[in-house]
Each structure stands twice: as C-alpha cells, then as structure tokens.
Ligand binder design. Structure first.
Ligand code: DHB
Ligand code: FE
Length: 279
C-alpha cells in the first residue's frame, strides 16, 4: 500500500512568482520568507516522495462564479499553469497520476464526499508556487501531482470540521491505494490576510501562531470556529488556512513537527510554512 510521508503547508502569494523570476531570494524584503524553505527541501530529499497530493484553492481561474464545486479532484495526465501575468516564466505542465486520482475520487465518493472530478484542470499560483518553492528550478517538477481544490471563493464555503473530515478521508484513500508510492500532502493557502474591503491588509499574528501550534498537537482545535468566525479572525482570504487543516487531516497516526517558519507580511499576507512528518 502507498505510504504517506508527511505534509508541507505553506502560504501562496502571486508576488513570490515574480520574486523567483527576478532572483530576489536574498533581497532584504524576501530573505526571511525564502530562508524558511531549505529545511523543507532537506526533509523532502530525505523522505523522497514520488507524488504530491496538493490541496489548494483556485482563485477564479479554473472555476468561476457560474460553476463552483465545493471539492474538486484532478484526474488529468497533465496540469497546465494558466495564472496570468505574475512574472513566472512559462512553466512546463505538471505530470499527474491517473491511478491515484481515480482511486481518490472513488474512495471519497464512497465516503459520501460529492467530488467534482476534473479530467481537465488549469492550475494557478496556489498550485505552482509551493512546487516551485519546494523543488526550485526543477522543471518539470520531479514529483507527480494530484490536485485537490477546495472552494474559498464563493459562499457557502465548507466548514473547518468538514475540511478536516475530507482530510481524514483523503488519508484513508491514499493508505488503501495499492501502490509502492510515497506520498506527501501539500496544503497551499493562508495564513491571515484580507485583500479587499475596509479591512484590506488585516493580519492576525496571534491567531496564526496559535493555529500553527495547534495544527500538530490538536488539529481539531480550529474546528470550533465557523467560517464567519474564521473570516473575522483571519480575514476574507485567511480562510485559505482550510487547506492546511485538510492536509493535516490526511496524516495518519502520530505526527511530529519537523520545521516551521512564520513571517509577516509578504505582500498582504502572513506567510507561514510547516513541515510535519508521520512517525
Ligand atoms: C495575495 C495573497 C493570496 O492568497 C492570493 O491568492 C493573491 C494575493 C497577496 O497577499 O497579495
Ligand atoms: Fe490565495
């Protein structure tokens, strides 16, 4: 059966793509952000995943307001980046894993998650940036990918409790997949940020740090909050932290924290990074 090695959860901000394209990793503004990543890369080099199940939120690129699945899973041989204009040069397509995609979709539907299965799926910065940060300059990306997309764009959004349960079901699905593959979960989103309205620029460092602390030891802690609570506590786009929670939910048994980094702000966003290993 397949092995889950652990998770990497990280913020995504389009301006990171421009910073990578312009080689600004040592620039004083960017250095504290990029400095978080070498330990995550070292961990990946040690645990050697073959596949990344990448949990992210689309930003109106592949799904628009006219058709908005709550949960969608990619089942394509390749995923093309179609983010517009953020400074990253043209990226080669990401290679999928059809066998895991369909096993995941079948398992999740059997567990009463009504998944939209996507045999074509364009991906945006939320998908491409974690892979660029974790395997820099390695194009094509050296791991196969399965995208899992959660709606954070149009209300109603799935609750934190629901996302955690989705994560649990994803974990069970991967562990029941008849394969020798090693799988890493990547959660892409958050932490606190609000891009629009009267609270544009809102960041809640205290909440972010508590969320990160609880994610290892007590991930159910955050499920006490409704979506409205989370918007109030973390900003309208801070709800992207649901991606971290879903990825964490997929980790079986005991986990240990390998690495964490937190830096505010990058663009308008509190940027966090966590690596958790299944022990
Ligand atoms: C920013 C953050 C996001 O999560 C996003 O999707 C777009 C922009 C930002 O902080 O600029
Ligand atoms: Fe985002």
């Amino acid at each position: 059966m397949a092995t889950i090695v652990g998770s990497v959860t990280t913020s995504h901000v389009p301006a990171i793509g421009r910073a990578i394209a312009q080689n600004l990793q040592q620039d004083p503004y960017w250095q504290p952000f990029f400095a978080g990543f070498p330990p995550a890369r070292e961990w990946l080099a040690r645990v050697k995943p073959d596949i990344a199940v990448l949990i992210y939120n689309d930003h109106g690129l592949n799904f628009f307001l006219d058709k908005m699945p709550t949960f969608a899973v990619g089942a394509a041989a390749q995923y093309h980046n179609a983010d517009e204009g953020w400074g990253l040069p043209t990226l080669p397509p990401y290679v999928g894993d059809l066998d895991l995609s369909w096993h995941l979709i079948e398992s999740l539907v059997a567990e009463e998650f009504d998944i939209t299965s996507c045999q074509e799926m364009l991906v945006d910065h939320a998908f491409t940036l974690p892979l660029e940060l974790l395997w820099p300059g390695q194009r094509p990306c050296p791991v196969r990918t399965v995208p899992v997309c959660i709606n954070t764009v149009q209300f109603p959004l799935p609750s934190a409790a629901r996302c955690f349960k989705l994560g649990l079901a994803i974990g069970r699905a991967i562990e029941s997949w008849d394969s020798a593959a090693r799988v890493v979960l990547i959660g892409s989103g958050g932490l606190s940020h609000q891009l629009d309205g009267q609270r544009a620029g809102f960041i809640n460092k205290e909440f972010d740090l508590l969320f990160m602390e609880k994610l290892t030891s007590d991930p159910l802690w955050v499920t006490r909050y409704s979506i409205a609570d989370l918007v109030e506590l973390t900003g309208t786009q801070g709800v992207e932290l649901l991606m971290w929670l879903t990825a964490r939910g997929a980790l079986p048994g005991e986990v240990s924290l390998v690495h964490a980094n937190y830096h505010v702000p990058i663009s308008n966003t509190a940027s966090g990074l966590m690596v958790m290993e299944v022990v």
